[in-house]
Design a protein around this ligand. Structure first.
Ligand code: CTP
Ligand code: CA
Length: 234
């Protein structure tokens, strides 16, 4: 038995969104981080909530307030984020990976604050790779699991064609259902109110192009994704 919901509505749906930037500790007072503000992910969570979804927001470091009315799970590192996403995505209809997840972490975390050496000495940090949370979610999804998994591709591409080429490569590598391509740079996008994105389907086709405030872009992305969900069966 299938229930036809209002078109675009997410009532009765479970949505997981990750947002913000992970932080990988070096010692008790320092970390390796990134410039993600979390704004886009927060707006996606808000947009899903506004459409009636039950939302879990897995939040790494945020520079903007989390929305009300979502189930907020705070995380620090990529490993924490992976654990939280795996737990939250159980029975989820839609998972959107907007967080900037650290690709590498320090090979060792010092228990004590790392002390400065003598004047001319540099410091070499050894890093190891973090698990790819998105690729892991996709590869562990069982064939009868109807959930839709969406990645982001933040790229420092010179133009739109280069951006789309990089995003399509990433889509092929990660095997997720959709990817949101957006251009990033030193002063583009991060922390800003506005952005420009292209949503690509699994086949690499353009589903939606949207630019404007991160709130309006989130609305456009969530509307397109809501429309793509298979009808729930009872
Ligand atoms: N991602 C993830 N786990 C990681 C790294 C990234 O789940 N360890 C997710 C991000 O949340 C995003 C997508 O993968 O949805 C693409 O992230 P991105 O950094 O653009 O891709 P990478 O595969 O890490 O490639 P690169 O950084 O080299 O461009
Ligand atoms: Ca990366």
């Amino acid at each position: 038995l299938a229930v036809a919901g209002r078109s675009g509505s997410l009532s009765g749906r479970r949505v997981v969104v990750t947002a913000g930037g992970t932080r990988e500790p070096l010692d008790p007072v320092r970390f390796l981080g990134n410039r993600s503000s979390g704004r886009q992910g927060v707006e996606l969570a808000r947009a899903a909530r506004d459409r009636g979804a039950e939302v879990v927001l897995v939040a790494a470091h945020l520079e903007v307030p989390a929305p009300a009315g979502v189930d907020l799970v705070r995380v620090e590192t990529a490993a924490d984020l992976q654990e939280a996403v795996i737990a939250a995505s159980h029975r989820a209809d839609l998972v959107v990976m907007a967080a900037a997840v650290a690709d590498y972490r320090p090979a060792e975390v010092s228990e004590q604050k790392i002390k400065k050496r003598s004047a001319d000495d540099g410091l070499v940090l050894e890093l190891v790779q973090n698990p790819d949370v998105l690729a892991g979610l996709v590869s562990s999804r069982s064939p009868d699991d109807p959930s839709v998994i969406v990645g982001f591709a933040a790229e420092t591409a010179p133009d739109r064609d280069a951006l789309l080429a990089l995003a399509r490569e990433k889509l092929a590598r990660k095997r997720c259902d959709f990817i949101v391509a957006n251009r990033v740079g030193w002063d583009e996008v991060f922390g800003r109110e506005t952005t420009e994105v292209v949503l690509l389907s699994r086949a690499g086709d353009i589903v939606v192009e949207s630019s404007g405030t991160k709130a309006s872009v989130a609305d456009a992305i969530i509307d397109a994704l809501a429309g793509s969900l298979p009808r729930p069966s009872l």
